[in-house]
Design a protein around this ligand. Structure first.
Ligand SMILES: [Mg+2]
Length: 245
């Protein structure tokens, strides 16, 4: 399930077999091709982060963290910073990694998170417009429980009827490519933008210091994506016109 960008050589091989849109990775599992030859016909790709963007990660983790720490939920602030120093996770044995493992393997965190209000509906609407939804998440950042992490992720996406064609477990989100990204993680937003990738920051207490474009709600996400899509389509139309016409 782990997708990594393929070499151009790998893409050529499968392209010759007439399977546009897919290319083999080193393990033979098919992942989305990252080099579309026919740019004019390809879909606009929306790279979508899950935790803190589509899924209400901090709301879901908070009661689990309280249980794990032996504290009352109300004792853990709702407004947190990146890496959760407000909850004292870094002071507990094992730190965040130990909490994360407990939450996923013992409390099915990724299966039970609530979607952000409107996220499934907006993603379905965008998909109907022809936007290709590419889920890009770094949920496999801790070793040895990838199976439940991936399984819970797929179950969650299906349970909430979230449409997607590509599901990539990636740290380097730019590596899989997208025309537009949405992210909440400050590091990811800054890294993507620094490399020239258009990125909407989805607001939460970890990223309020970042400049826009920003969305506080999924209806605002929809407006921004529709606007970007229209600009992209206009650009595609211009590129398709022959000189002199
Ligand atoms: Mg996130």
């Amino acid at each position: 399930m782990h997708c990594a960008p393929d070499s151009l050589a790998g893409w050529r091989v499968l392209s010759a077999k007439g399977l546009p849109g897919y290319a083999p990775n080193r393990s033979g599992i098919r992942c989305p091709a990252f080099r579309d030859r026919d740019m004019a016909k390809r879909a606009f790709v929306f790279g979508v982060d899950l935790d803190g963007t589509c899924a209400d990660f901090y709301d879901g983790l908070r009661p689990i963290a309280a249980e794990w720490l032996g504290r009352k939920v109300d004792a853990l602030p709702e407004h947190v910073s990146w890496e959760l120093p407000e909850w004292g996770i870094d002071q507990a044995p094992g730190g965040y990694e130990a909490l994360h493992k407990f939450a996923v393997t013992q409390r099915s965190l990724f299966r039970n998170l609530k979607p952000m209000a409107g996220a499934p509906q907006v993603l379905r609407s965008l998909s109907k417009r022809g936007v290709r939804i590419r889920i890009i998440t770094h949920r496999l950042f801790i070793k040895f429980f990838h199976l439940p992490a991936v399984q819970q992720t797929v179950e969650w996406l299906d349970t909430h009827d979230i449409p997607y064609w590509d599901l990539c477990f990636m740290s380097d989100k730019a590596a899989v490519g997208a025309d537009l990204y949405i992210e909440d993680g400050p590091y990811n937003v800054e890294r993507l933008r620094r490399d020239g990738h258009r990125t909407i920051v989805f607001s939460n207490s970890t990223n309020l210091h970042l400049p826009g474009p920003r969305a506080d709600t999924w209806s605002q996400v929809e407006e921004l994506v529709v606007s970007e899509l229209a600009a992209w389509q206009a650009g595609q139309a211009d590129e398709g016109e022959l000189p002199g016409r």
